[in-house]
Structures are given as structure tokens and as C-alpha cells.
Design a protein around this ligand. Structure first.
Ligand SMILES: *Cc1c(COP(=O)(O)O)cnc(C)c1O
Length: 384
């Protein structure tokens, strides 16, 4: 058996043809493919607007800028995420407050979040950055209620969850990133994520004002919009209004994105089938805790995470057998950088207990049946 990673991209001949077509065309960047990708992606998540950017981290940074996050502003996120969820806001000088997770879903614990919000006057925290960890969508409707009461904006990090949804209090399907509850939602197209463009990211929103800011900040703060120009010298004329960045996605990447997106829905189904097979194989095993299930959500299963007592033992055992499982994530407040900001071990007991036992097993659409059976066999073999 060759190496089985915990996640990997699946690139088809059709994907390759789409990229080659762009390589032969007039525009490698700033051409029409980016717009097409944005439109198709907005349709996919059922949002009004989508803005393509160079990666998910840039997307988070642009969100912080669009919300006018300034030095010393306080924002809240979960410690069980990739550090970029917090870093994007640090770039604007925000102070990160972490909040512990729910022991079942492993997402931001909304009760603990409310306890935290309650301690301070309305508006003390500028934004909440929930993470749809592993592909499990946050209950954005409940979160929105809290955000409204306590005067904060929501930037949902859905890098793990394009295609996920939850059913709201009326039983209506609410897709991650549809903009009904979160002000802004962020996605990544890193190859381990659902849709691969090499590097790439997207922000979806229903807010026109935020949308315009994102577009401006993505390209150096430069505009050619006649209504915004202070002067106009002719067809070449543009103005720089803000200090923005070059956070553009290229047309080469967008072409891959457009092609990958066509398979996104089908791949969610495949990921769910793989998850079910793992669930079934481990169902009667007292030493393994499988992911929490809820009939009111569609899980996007970016990751399939089990909890197990001897996690290091299993990680090493699988490695010897060419199975590259992964530990996701080392809590952000364990990072020396965030420790320097005043956080320490012991601050978030649920997140820390989660970290001690978590292990992500191989989960990607091209995982073959015999590969998954081999993984299951080795896990069970290890447990004896
Ligand atoms: C991947 C990821 C990011 C960052 O995305 P990049 O495209 O790698 O910059 C942010 N948040 C989470 C939860 C992620 O998994």
C-alpha cells in the first residue's frame, strides 16, 4: 500500500484542460475567469457577493480591514483552529480573546461565548470569528442573536465547510457562507481543502458596502469607479484611496476553481459516505469516539476526527504502516506567539482535553475503498 495522506486534492483531466485553456488565452490574471469563479461560488453558497483572493489568510485579513478593525480592538475566536483565523485579525492590531469549545461539536461553545460577552458593555468585542471546524457548520442563527445583543460582527471561518448547512429554527436550510447571519464568510482553496486552486481564497457576503471595501482593499486600495474619483484625467486614470494589498487570485487559479467547483457537491456526498463507513466500523468500539452527528446539519467532512486515549501510539503505528493521519489542531493558545499575548496552558480545559486525544483519519474523495478498509484494519489492529 502506498502512502495514504489525511487529505489531498483530486485533479481531473477536465481540470487540467481548463487551466491549459487559460494559459493559451490573453489573461493570466485580472481577466474574466476570476469574475466567473466569483459568480459561480456565490451561487454555490447562496450569497449575493463573493470576492476571490490569493489565499484564506488574506481573506481573513481583508475581512478585518473591511470591518475597520484597529489596534487594540477585541475579537473572539476558538483555540481549536488553524492559527490564521486569529492572525488575520492580528494583522490589523486586534487583541485576540479565545473562548473554549463545545465538547461534542468541537466548535466555539455558544454558552461560554455568551458568558464572556456578558462581562462587558455592548460593543466591547468588535467581532466574533467562529470556525466551522472539520466541516461542522456553526449554528449561525443562534450566534447572530448573540452578536446582535452584544454589538459584534461575525466573520465565519468556513475554510473547512463549503457546502455545509444547518437547518434554522423554521427548518430552513442555511448554507455556510450564504450571508443571512454572518457578515462575512471566509473560504480557502488550499489543496487539502474541498476545492483546490493551489493557493486561493474567497469571501462571501450579502452586504454591498463590505463587498465594495473588500474589492478595494484586494487591489492596493485603487479604484477606477467614476463615482468615487476625486478627479478624472482620462481613460487611464485611477486613484488610490486606501492602503490596500495585492491579494488577487490569478485567472489560472480561477479556471481551476471553476472546474473544481462543479464537483464540489458530489464530493460532499462522497465524503459523507466515507464518514459513514468509519462511523460503522468504529461504532461498537469503546476506545474510539467518532464525530458528533446531528440530523439538522449537513457536515462537509473536511476532516474525520476521532478521539482516542493513546493518540500518539496510534499516530505512530499508522505512520509505520504508511498511513499519514494528522493532529488538528494544536490549540492556538499553546503557540509561543499567543503565549506572549498572555494566554497559557490551562486556560481552555475542553479544547486542551480535545487536543490530547484527537486524530484525523484519511478523508478525501479519491480515497479508495481498499485504502479505507486498510486504514480501518490498522486502527482496529492497534487497539487489539
Ligand atoms: C486553511 C485554513 C485557513 C487559511 O487558509 P490558507 O488558504 O491556507 O491561507 C484559515 N482557517 C482555517 C480554519 C483553515 O483550515
Amino acid at each position: 500500500m502506498s502512502v495514504i495522506p489525511y487529505g489531498r486534492q483530486s485533479i481531473t483531466l477536465e481540470d487540467i484542460d481548463c487551466v491549459v485553456e487559460i494559459l493559451k488565452s490573453d489573461f493570466l490574471t485580472q481577466g474574466p475567469k476570476v469574475l466567473e469563479f466569483e459568480k459561480n461560488f456565490a451561487d454555490y453558497v447562496e450569497a449575493k457577493y463573493a470576492v476571490a483572493v490569493s489565499n484564506g489568510t488574506a481573506a481573513l485579513h481583508l475581512c478585518a480591514m473591511a470591518l475597520d478593525i484597529k489596534e487594540g480592538d477585541k475579537v473572539i475566536t476558538t483555540p481549536i483552529t488553524f492559527v490564521a483565523s486569529a492572525n488575520g485579525f492580528r494583522y490589523c492590531g486586534a487583541e485576540i480573546t479565545f473562548c473554549d469549545i463545545d465538547p461534542q461539536s468541537y466548535l466555539l461553545d455558544l454558552d461560554k461565548l455568551e458568558d464572556l460577552l456578558k462581562k462587558h458593555p455592548k460593543g466591547y468585542y468588535k467581532a466574533i470569528i467562529p470556525v466551522d471546524f472539520a466541516g461542522y457548520p456553526i449554528h449561525a442563527e443562534k450566534l447572530k442573536q448573540l452578536a446582535k445583543t452584544y454589538g459584534c460582527r461575525i466573520v465565519e471561518d468556513a475554510c473547512h465547510a463549503p457546502g455545509a448547512y444547518f437547518k434554522d429554527s423554521e427548518g430552513k436550510i442555511q448554507r455556510s457562507g450564504n450571508g443571512n447571519f454572518s457578515d462575512l464568510t471566509v473560504f480557502s482553496f488550499h489543496p487539502v481543502k474541498h476545492i483546490a486552486t493551489g493557493e486561493g481564497g474567497m469571501i462571501s457576503t450579502n452586504n454591498e458596502d463590505l463587498y465594495k471595501k473588500l474589492c478595494l482593499y484586494r487591489t492596493h486600495g485603487i479604484t477606477k469607479d467614476h463615482e468615487l474619483l476625486e478627479e478624472n484625467h482620462g481613460g487611464w486614470y485611477y486613484e488610490m484611496h486606501e492602503l490596500g494589498y495585492n491579494y488577487r487570485l490569478s485567472d489560472i487559479q480561477a479556471a481551476l476553481g471553476v472546474s473544481q467547483l462543479k464537483k464540489a457537491e458530489k464530493n460532499i456526498t462522497i465524503r459523507n459516505a466515507i464518514a459513514q463507513k468509519y462511523d460503522k466500523a468504529f461504532a461498537n468500539h469503546s476506545k474510539i469516539k467518532t464525530p458528533h452527528r446531528d440530523d439538522n446539519i449537513e457536515h462537509a467532512f473536511h476532516l474525520y476526527i476521532i478521539q482516542i486515549e493513546n493518540r500518539k501510539g496510534l499516530f505512530d503505528y499508522l505512520r509505520v504502516h504508511n498511513i499519514f493521519s494528522q493532529v488538528l489542531y494544536i490549540p492556538a493558545h499553546y503557540m509561543p506567539y499567543y503565549k506572549k499575548q498572555g494566554w497559557k496552558k490551562g486556560d481552555f480545559p475542553i479544547a486542551e482535553a480535545y487536543y490530547e486525544k484527537c486524530l484525523a483519519l484519511p478523508m478525501f474523495p479519491t480515497l479508495r475503498d481498499e485504502e479505507q478498509e486498510y486504514v480501518i484494519e490498522k486502527v482496529l489492529e492497534f487497539l487489539g
